[in-house]
Write a protein that binds this ligand. Structure first.
Ligand code: NAD
Length: 370
């Protein structure tokens, strides 16, 4: 067993279902602490709409300082109904999502991790054919988050009477090296395979990407490295997803591929994520948003947030045994037939022994199985 640790965690409950799902993740973390002999200190900070209402801005300097002082941040989600909420009458830099963008920047979170794992109990939600799914799949998409096309210089101007828009895709070798190191480190905790995805047959930035990834691979002789062109990867994700362990890729390719990979797993309520910097620090959050349509009803699925907390244990605290305990408790609850409404099977395929539970009950069931 690992030695006793004191985990210093900042929580951002946020808006909509955020406070409901973060409460369940805390419940599970508290159970882990008791079971494995750790202690946890939590500090809540405001971000997004909650911070706009209380402080007039989506993220205060005090909140940023508190996040920086923590070992890790656990977040719910931020934002409201973008058509009806008064937050969206504000200028863009004062809207809820500006808080999250600012926090990511302040914390230098350059590596985004999104696992795509198919639970056998939720196979019905997978749009792929049974013969493709086979024994299931379990991959981690690692996306570079602060470089590439989304942050390069851009302009739209009229040249020779024709409106022309330009976006630039820039990567330095240092930006590539630091995400590649993260990717190989993560692969060492998994099945030790990295698929680096690029477009090296066309793009200079991809050729540099491939060269640097190969240099980094030399320090990880146990990890198998393969390169794949992004168009082929998009195809392989639906043709044979089980071939993948860690997919390592740049910002825009990762944006698109991670959505594709998450789609083949089923519900948004199951998908965790992490954003890391070059220390052990990370921000952990479900992939979904604040789901204003179901906020306050006690029916949101807390599993993505609970699995994000498991990622926190694994990647920020190196508590692999504890993370395994959370992940197997989630599997056990699904095996035992408990589902929140978003992952209930369709009426016609509803089986005996499957029952619907609310947010807090799902948290209790998972926590009881740790
Ligand atoms: P959403 O992900 O909040 O909701 C899409 C659909 O998925 C809804 O039907 C919702 O009920 C359902 N859903 C999402 N999470 C669920 C869960 N845990 N359990 C059960 N069902 C769940 O996306 P949206 O409606 O486009 O966005 C709502 C708000 O969330 C917007 O303000 C958006 O900007 C924000 N948002 C925030 C984040 C974030 O905080 N990182 C991410 C995405 C969207």
């Amino acid at each position: 067993m690992n030695s006793r640790m004191n985990l210093n965690i900042v929580c951002i409950p946020g808006d909509g279902i955020g406070p409901e799902i973060v409460a369940e993740a805390k419940k599970v973390l508290d159970k882990v602490a008791v079971k494995f002999g750790h202690s946890i200190s939590y500090k809540d900070i405001l971000m997004g709409g909650a911070s706009i209402d209380a402080c007039g801005e989506p993220l205060t300097d005090e909140a940023i300082a508190a996040a920086k002082a923590a070992d890790a941040v656990l977040m719910g989600s931020i934002g409201g109904n973008t058509s009806t909420s008064p937050w969206y009458q504000l200028p863009p830099h004062l809207r809820p999502e500006a808080g999250l963008l600012k926090l990511r920047k302040e914390l230098n979170l350059f590596a985004n991790l999104r696992p795509a794992y198919l639970y056998k109990e939720l196979r019905e939600a997978c749009p792929l054919r049974e013969d493709i799914i086979g024994g299931g799949f379990d991959m981690m998409i690692m996306r570079e988050l602060t470089g590439g096309l989304y942050f390069g210089e851009r302009s739209t101007r009229t040249m020779n009477g024709v409106v022309t828009a330009v976006d630039t895709l820039t990567y330095t070798e240092n930006e590539i090296r630091r995400i590649a190191i993260k990717g190989f480190d993560i692969a060492m905790k998994r099945r030790k395979k990295v698929t680096s995805v690029d477009k090296a047959n066309v793009l200079d930035s991809s050729r540099l990407w491939r060269k640097v990834v190969e240099e980094v691979a030399l320090d990880y002789p146990e990890v198998t490295l393969e390169h794949m062109l992004v168009d082929n990867c998009a195809m392989q994700l639906v043709k044979d997803p089980k071939q993948f362990d860690v997919i390592l890729t740049e910002n825009m390719f990762g944006d698109i591929l991670s959505d594709e990979a998450s789609m083949v797993t089923g519900s948004i309520g199951m998908l965790s994520s992490a954003s890391l910097n070059d220390t052990k620090f990370g921000l952990y959050e479900p992939s979904g948003g604040s789901a204003p349509d179901i906020a306050g009803k006690g029916i949101a699925n807390p599993i993505a947030t609970i699995l994000s907390a498991a990622m926190m244990l694994r990647y920020s605290f190196d508590l692999d045994e504890e993370a395994d305990a959370v992940e197997s408790a989630v599997r056990k609850v699904l095996e035992d037939g408990f589902r929140t409404i978003d992952i209930m099977p369709q009426e016609e395929s509803r089986r005996a022994g499957v029952s619907q539970v609310g947010t807090a009950m799902m948290g209790d069931l998972i926590s009881n199985r740790i």
